[in-house]
Design a protein around this ligand. Structure first.
Ligand code: ASP
Ligand code: MG
Length: 867
């Protein structure tokens, strides 16, 4: 077969279980068939799965084969289910399914049942697709369509492979899919509109063979290749392949166009949309694959073909659970000849196919993927027993493999720095880089994976390793396709545009703070009833108007330096000292002395001050900051826990601290932890709390627990607001469990970030070697966060707010440093010109307060809006 042979007139459509289990879905199938016939003058072959859940039920029957009563009971339930569905389709169950249901019952009486013979299991499993395809043909005929039923086994022939186990030879087969003109001619005799079964094929002995779970996609691909179809359409319940599992990563982007190799890699490494085995046949025959969503038939989905442009970069990050690692250590000699062949031979004997490999002089570690293998404890025990003859074996499970997929992984390493450091926090058992340069895989403990995926996806898009602005490849995000309940409030600055534009005409750059927004956030937190005291961490933004507004809202304050204390009391001279916390880092003795003289709460986070300046703390109540042992947050540089962080007393050092406090006659009454910032997941605080409570019990004198701040805000326009009700519920649970402690929090960013914007003027627009740069009169001197943490701030052209996005540009400042970049790949309007006003959003926290006079540029001005 020549790969470029002209396509025939066939289009193959495959529908999965959920797409065949409702009458309306069959109406959709009928309509899609008619449209293809009428609009494209095509012949249509539809491949169907069993009704949803039916294959699982049939599998359960094979699992319980020895129990005749159980088998009979389960068969009865399946018969009932299909009869009821005939009712929904208004077709006569006896006339349409009578014979098939009798065949299903007969399998329950079959003499091969007792032993669970593999050939019998295959017959049983095949019934689901035989039933669903029969139903569909009957229903569409009642709708006036001229469709015919086709037995897939007459066209798909199982092919046995070397070293295959008996199980896979019957229940996980591959088929021949090279068709010739004669076959295609014969096939035309079947009719123009056909429905057949996925999942089943003819075994060598003439009986039934099974393609393996999820095998209907592969059936469709085999038919597509055999028939040299124009395309194979896989209709499913998601719009296509995504850059990550959208259920775990709402920011995941639809992948609009992929080549076969990338699609193969994505499917193999975890995406469930397409069965990995189905790509190869289409690739060989050069049949394009379309992935379509039955619920959203108008969406273009994913197209996989050989014409897809080659775009280097990470296309997807996927994960697979249930990975088993087998580590094998030589017991023989250094560089023992034939070691690999000795061990691999044993995998072969057990019919196990190996996925990843890592090796050293004396060890080789491999992974077994459960989707290619029957990896149960019997098989593993037998394998290990055999391997023990030639090496020391260790099984590490359960693990998960996290894979980055994309072309040219090896040339992307410099963009993966943040990804490496994310993995650096976890235990990585194996790293493997595929020899086709399409994937990089990390094997970690299974429990870690779900939490890591959204963060890794974020790092990949931020670093540019995943080139999401290439719109031929990256479509909309899952969040855009299916907006969830949670969303972001409309930012205040949109309504204040005219005022902001006028203000920007005078001094620039300029920070503008919106006090009503500060109050709104403060009141949101005030609703969290379980919290007894709220302190504003004023390092985020010490503007006097903000301090006064928050004092009026009942907030206390947290200061980290003597200068902050002085500033606070100069703005609020009558503030009660018990509303102030002093939590410095490596401050000199004099600052502690000053804080104590003011009688504010003083927090220590190491034993040093108690041991060296005990007289300061004599007969005083102190707070203790604990390092819970790990850090969290939006960037490595803001995580404040763990060995790498300078903050906090590790739990191990608590006895020493208690002793020093006793010696100094200080009483530890507050226990505090703060592990980072930009945290959106409310489950974090209860975790910290539980740890602190544990320690508080050891100390005995603690009456308040301060869980810190770190509450995140949405920096992205499609980000979500922090879930205050969920936070309130989590805090209420804590309070209910440990009512004896007062509960304190100390947010900073959350109160002020969204309330502030930075306005700057466009200075120049320059195109250099194909890269557009928009210069502003504000850069890393005015807002350090992008340069310091790779922070992402929304940047808009306020003068042309309603214009469409233009070519992606880098937004740069006036500082003589390469890192003076406020935003990369931003689609500001093409007409953006000198003098336009740019607005950098969510700049109210850590904005002006971190601004500096580098290059001797003036500090930005600040302005407050109170309405
Ligand atoms: N019905 C089979 C299964 O559930 C095949 C398929 O749906 O793809 O595995
Ligand atoms: Mg499927």
């Amino acid at each position: 077969m020549s790969p470029d042979a002209a396509a025939t007139d066939w289009i193959v459509l495959k529908f999965g279980g959920t797409s065949v289990s409702r009458r309306t879905r069959w109406d959709t199938i009928g309509r899609l068939m008619r449209e293809r016939q009428a609009d494209e003058d095509a012949r249509v072959l539809v491949v169907v799965s069993a009704l949803s859940g039916v294959t699982n039920e049939l599998q359960a029957i094979t699992d319980h084969h020895a129990d005749a009563a159980e088998v009979a009971r389960r068969i009865d339930a399946l018969v009932e289910r299909h009869r009821a569905y005939c009712g929904e389709l208004s077709i006569d169950a006896d006339a349409v399914l009578g014979e098939r249901l009798a065949a299903l019952r007969a399998l329950g009486q079959d003499p091969r049942r007792e032993s669970g013979a593999l050939a019998w299991q295959a017959e049983v499993l095949a019934q689901g697709e035989l039933l669903s395809s029969t139903l569909g043909v009957a229903y569409l005929r009642t709708q006036g369509m001229d469709v015919d039923w086709l037995d897939a086994r007459d066209w798909l022939q199982a092919q046995s492979l070397p070293n295959q186990s008996d199980w896979s030879r019957r229940l996980s087969v591959s088929c021949r899919y090279l068709g010739d003109a004669a076959l295609r001619e014969r096939f035309r005799g079947n009719g123009r509109l056909l429905i057949t079964q996925g999942f089943i094929a003819r075994a060598d002995d003439g009986g039934t063979a099974i393609l393996g779970r999820g095998g209907s996609d592969t059936s469709a691909a085999y038919f597509g290749a055999l028939l040299q179809a124009r395309r194979v359409e896989i209709w499913t319940d998601v719009p296509g392949m995504f850059s990550a599992n959208p259920r775990v990563v709402p920011d995941a982007r639809l992948l609009s166009r992929l080549d076969y190799e990338e699609a193969q890699e994505i499917a193999t490494t975890g995406a469930k949309v397409l069965h990995p085995r189905c790509i190869h046949p289409c690739r060989e025959a050069r049949v394009p694959i379309w992935i379509r969503d039955t619920e959203r038939p108008q969406m273009a989905g994913t197209v996989i073909d050989h014409r897809a442009a080659t775009v280097p970069g990470v296309k997807a990050i996927s994960s697979r659970r249930g990975i088993v690692l087998v580590s094998m250590e030589t017991i023989g000699m250094w560089q023992q000849v034939g070691f690999l062949s000795d061990v691999f031979e044993r995998f072969k004997q057990h019919g196990l196919s190996i996925d990843l490999i890592g090796s050293s002089e004396a060890n080789v570690t491999v992974s077994l993927d459960p989707s290619d293998n029957l990896v149960n404890s019997n098989v593993l025990d037998a394998l290990c027993a055999d391997l023990a003859e030639v090496c020391r074996v260790k099984v590490i499970a359960p693990c998960s493999a996290i894979t980055l997929v994309g072309r040219g992984m090896r040339s992307l390493l410099h963009k993966l720095t943040d990804v490496w450091s994310e993995f650096g926090r976890e235990r990585v058992h194996l790293i493997s880089q595929s020899s086709n340069d399409l994937n990089l895989t990390f094997v970690v403990d299974e429990a870690l994976v779900d939490g890591m995926m959204p963060r890794l996806h974020d790092l990949l898009t931020h670093s540019g390793a995943m080139p999401v602005d290439i719109t031929e490849v990256f479509g909309p995000s899952w969040k855009q396709i299916e907006p969830s309940g949670g969303s972001r409030r409309e930012p205040w600055w949109r309504k204040q545009r005219a005022r902001l534009l006028a203000a920007a005409q005078t001094d620039s750059p300029r920070y503008v703070y919106h006090l009503p927004t500060v109050r709104e956030r403060a009141r949101g937190l005030a609703e969290v009833g379980a919290v007894d005291r709220r302190f504003y961490a004023l390092k985020a933004n010490p503007h006097p108007a903000i301090l006064r507004a928050l004092a009026d809202e009942g907030f206390g304050f947290e200061c980290v330096s003597q200068a902050e204390l002085e500033h606070l009391f100069s703005v609020l001279p009558t503030l009660d000292a018990t509303r102030v916390l002093f939590t410095p880092s490596f401050a000199p003795r004099s600052e502690f002395a000053d804080a104590i003289a003011r009688d504010v709460w003083v927090t220590l986070d190491s034993v040093y001050p108690l041991q060296h300046w005990p007289e300061l703390f004599a007969n005083r109540q102190i707070a203790l900051r604990i390092d819970p042992g790990y850090g969290l947050g939006h960037h490595e540089k803001v995580r404040t826990g763990g060995k790498e962080a300078k903050f906090g007393l590790p739990a191990e050092a608590l006895p020493e601290f208690i002793a020093a406090a006793r010696a100094a006659k200080a009483r530890i009454v507050v226990l505090h932890a703060h592990v980072g910032s930009g945290i959106q997941d409310v489950s974090h605080w209860p975790q910290v709390y539980a740890q602190l409570v544990n320690l508080a019990e050891q100390i005995g004198t603690v009456s308040a627990i301060d869980v810190g701040g770190g509450i995140g805000v949405p920096y992205k326009p499609d980000g979500e607001d922090f879930d205050i009700p969920a936070f309130a519920a989590a805090m209420a649970d804590i309070k209910a469990a440990w009512p004896q402690y007062a509960l304190w929090i100390e947010p900073g960013r959350y109160l002020v970030a969204e309330a502030g914007v930075l306005l700057a003027k466009v200075t120049q627009v320059v195109d250099k070697l194909g890269q557009r740069r928009i210069g502003l009169d504000a850069g890393m001197n005015a807002l350090m966060r992008p340069a310091l943490y790779n922070a992402w701030h929304e940047i808009v052209n306020l003068s042309r707010l309603d214009d469409a996005d233009g070519v992606p540009a880098e937004i740069v400042g006036p500082i003589c440093e390469s890192s003076d970049v406020l935003g990369k790949r931003r689609g500001l309007p093409d007409a953006t010109a000198e003098g336009d006003v740019a607005l950098i959003a969510t700049a109210g926290a850590y904005g002006f307060v971190m601004a500096n006079r580098y290059n001797l540029r003036a500090l930005p001005v600040e302005e407050v809006l109170d309405v």
